[in-house]
Structure formats: C-alpha cells, structure tokens
Design a protein around this ligand. Structure first.
Ligand SMILES: Nc1nc2c(ncn2[C@@H]2O[C@H](COP(=O)(O)OP(=O)(O)OP(=O)(O)O)[C@@H](O)[C@H]2O)c(=O)[nH]1
Length: 297
C-alpha cells in the first residue's frame, strides 16, 4: 500500500421483514472474511454483524435496532425515533425483499426507511423464479412506491449477483481510513461483541427511558472448554437508572440478560454463562483504568 492510496469505509444496514434472507445475505457477502476488532472511539452504537475489507474499501455491516416488525405494537412514535436515529450513522441501507412477495410487513419496514440516505432495493431468492422476466412487473410495482439508489436481484443462498450488489453499494462508501483491522476474531473481539449485544438489549428493553450515557463493561471473559463465562457490568449515572434497569423483582434485568445470553450463544456458537450487574459509576471518566476497559485507551 502506498501513501497516496485512498481508503474508503462505511456502514451498511441490512433491513427487511423476518425471513427475507438477511442473515443468509450477510453471511454470503462477508464469506470467510469476517474480521472484527477492538473499536475506536468514534465507533457506532450499532451492533456490527460483519466486515468485508476488499482492497481499499471496507464495508461494515450493522444491525439496526427497531426494524423488528414482529413487535409492531411497540412501533410508536418513540420507537420510530430510535429507528431514525439508528440510521443516522449508516451510509447506505439495503432494503431486502423476497422476489414477488410484498406484504404488509414489508410495507411497514419500507415506511421506516430514511429519506436522507441512499436505499438499495435487494430482491432476494431470485433463484425461485423459473423465468427471470417475472421480476420486471414486480420491480415496476415496488419502484413506483419510492426512489431507490439501485435495484439488484440476487440469490443470497446461491451467492449469485453479490458482486453486482457490492458494486452498487461502493459509490456510497465515503473516503476514510479503515475503521477495523483485517484480523481474525479473537477473545478480545468476542468481549467487544458481548458488550455490544448486551448494550443492544438494554436499549431494546428500556426504550428511551434510559439516557444514552449507559455503557457496558465486560469485567471477565473466560473460555472454559466450550463454555464462555462472562461477567458484565452495566454502568449508569444515577440510582434511579439502576432501579429502572433492574425492574420490579429484578424481572427486567433478568429478561435483558437472558436475551443477551441467547444472542451470544448464537453468535459464538457455544454455551454462555452470563452474569450481569448494574453499577452506579462515580467519576469513571477520570479513571484511566476504566477508559481502558471501555476501549478508549
Ligand atoms: N431459495 C432461496 N432461499 C433463501 C435465499 N436466501 C435465504 N433463503 C432462505 O430463507 C430463509 C430465511 O433466511 P434468513 O437468512 O434466516 O432470513 P432473515 O431475513 O435473516 O430472517 P430473520 O432472522 O427472521 O429476520 C432460510 O430458510 C434461508 O435458507 C435465497 O436466495 N434463495
């Protein structure tokens, strides 16, 4: 790499109703190249689900909280604001549909798409069509509903047209240093992912009641055979926030911890023993040790 080389890196959200093939798409896009490392201070609040680094471009795929259409009753105004905020940090949104399918859940997700971000329509499961020309009326129908920066039919499962999709994304990835190194997943990275998963659940289960100053610290991360033993602390500023997180009879914290643990087990593909504490911090920002633990060294 020469000094004059120009780097690009950016965040991409993949959204769509359940079962359209988002996970399959992500897995095939990043292939074996997943590489997640310690974060830098400017990192997003999103859960990073995969990173693809190709020559001078780094594609960072993120999960976007709030697009769970199965929890429609929670989609009130506050929820919509969370969604909008969460999309503020991404450069491109991939809106995934299933070929020839467009139901009210798809419509609902579509209604949450940002107007001020390029949205690429990804029509997945194209392999299910015997005749590809069947796509044309479908594309016509959907593109009449809003503007798309590009429309790309793919088969995530068969890995078809994914290069075309990356080419469609590329123009929207801004110039900038790579945010992550190109190394493999390590324990340290799993620590980071564990913290992100827990933090995501804190926000999901407390909505906007809790201020964004809440942070999560992984105090212990031990690998015992296939078991990961994790002690995490949720740091809050006030006693009132602590009570809010713990909930009546500890129910809320229990739910947060259970959901986080299930996500961790899925991601790490192994059993997780998770203990979560809520702590009221005091003067933590002055503590060099704490800053280091948070990854801001
Ligand atoms: N035929 C076909 N099936 C696909 C394709 N992509 C995904 N699928 C299947 O569709 C189903 C759902 O795929 P997922 O990747 O789990 O979908 P998702 O959108 O991540 O689902 P949620 O996690 O529920 O939001 C799985 O059975 C996949 O194998 C494709 O390109 N073609």
């Amino acid at each position: 790499m020469t000094e004059s080389q120009v780097f690009h890196s950016g965040f991409i959200a993949i959204v769509g109703r359940p079962n359209v093939g988002k996970s399959t798409l992500l897995n095939h896009l990043i292939g074996q190249k997943i590489s997640i490392t310690s974060r830098k201070a400017q990192t997003t609040r999103h859960r990073i689900t995969g990173i693809l680094t190709e020559a001078d471009t780094q594609f960072v795929f993120v999960d976007t909280p709030g697009f769970q259409t199965q929890h429609t009753n929670a989609l009130n105004r506050g929820m919509n604001r969370v969604v909008t905020n969460s999309l503020r940090e991404v450069n491109v949104v991939l809106f995934v549909l299933e070929a020839r399918q467009f139901d009210e859940r798809d419509q609902q997700v579509m209604g949450l798409l940002p107007q001020d971000r390029p949205v690429i329509l990804v029509i997945n499961k194209a392999d299910l069509l015997a005749d590809k020309s069947e796509l044309l009326p479908f594309i016509e129908k959907i593109s009449a509903l809003r503007h798309f920066a590009a429309i790309v039919p793919v088969s995530a499962r068969q890995g078809k047209q994914l290069d075309t999709l990356l080419e469609a994304i590329r123009p929207y990835i801004p110039e900038g240093e790579h945010l992550y190194a190109e190394d493999e997943i390590t324990d340290r990275n799993e620590r980071f992912l564990a913290a992100e998963l827990l933090r995501e659940k804190v926000f999901r289960f407390t909505g906007e009641e809790l201020p964004y100053s809440v942070s999560v610290v992984i105090e212990q991360f031990k690998l015992e055979g296939k078991l990961r033993r994790i002690h995490a602390a949720i740091l809050v500023d006030k006693e009132a926030h602590k009570a809010m997180l713990i909930g009546s009879k500890g129910e809320k914290l229990k739910e947060i911890a259970t959901q986080a643990r299930l996500d961790m087990e899925k991601l790490f593909d192994g059993k997780v023993f998770l203990e979560v504490f809520v702590k009221v911090r005091s003067g933590w920002a002055d503590s060099a040790h704490m800053l280091k633990t948070l990854g801001y060294e």
